[in-house]
Design a protein around this ligand. Structure first.
Ligand SMILES: [Zn+2]
Length: 166
């Protein structure tokens, strides 16, 4: 059983609208490669399982960052649209399920965790512009069922896990 990456389940479903995996992007030229978990800037992001932080934060989209997180189970998660890593977390850090690893970032107006999940059966960069419709590595999977199966970390009275207020 994995731990949900945020302290609460978002009010707006990650299975609906533009937030869902497979939603159209760029007028249909591309499909959404993850689930968007809407949350205030600064919301805590947790390790869904035990594993190792596999990358430094790198620029992802409109001033937000991404990190890749290699799970001991073999799967790989990319946490995107984050602001920064939590204190003491860096590339190579071993983390235990439920550990605080990063915070939600903010673009021009919205803030969310864009969550991507990979089976771990392929190698190389996760973003592959030449691989339609998701423009991602071939082992990308829909994370919705995985997220549904996650348990919330302890008591999660929103916005308790938000470092900067809603
Ligand atoms: Zn997204």
């Amino acid at each position: 059983m994995a731990t949900f990456p945020l302290p609460f389940k978002p009010t707006l479903s990650y299975r609906q609208g533009g937030r869902r995996f497979g939603a159209n992007r760029d007028g249909g030229d591309r499909k959404h490669a993850g689930c968007d978990l809407i949350a205030p800037k600064g919301t805590e992001i947790y390790a869904v399982e035990s594993g190792v932080v596999a990358t430094k934060p790198y620029l992802f989209y409109r001033g937000t960052y991404a990190i890749e997180f290699q799970l001991d189970s073999g799967k790989l998660v990319r946490y995107c649209e984050i602001e920064k890593l939590a204190p003491g977390i860096k590339k190579g850090s071993p983390v235990t399920e439920g550990n605080l690893i990063a915070y939600v970032g903010k673009m021009y107006v919205s803030s969310m965790l864009h969550f991507e999940l990979y089976e771990g059966s392929a190698s190389g960069p996760l973003t592959v512009r030449s691989n339609p419709p998701y423009q991602r590595r071939s082992d990308l999977i829909d994370p919705a069922d995985y997220l549904d199966s996650c348990m919330l970390l302890g008591a999660s009275s929103y916005p308790r896990g938000c470092a900067f207020g809603p």
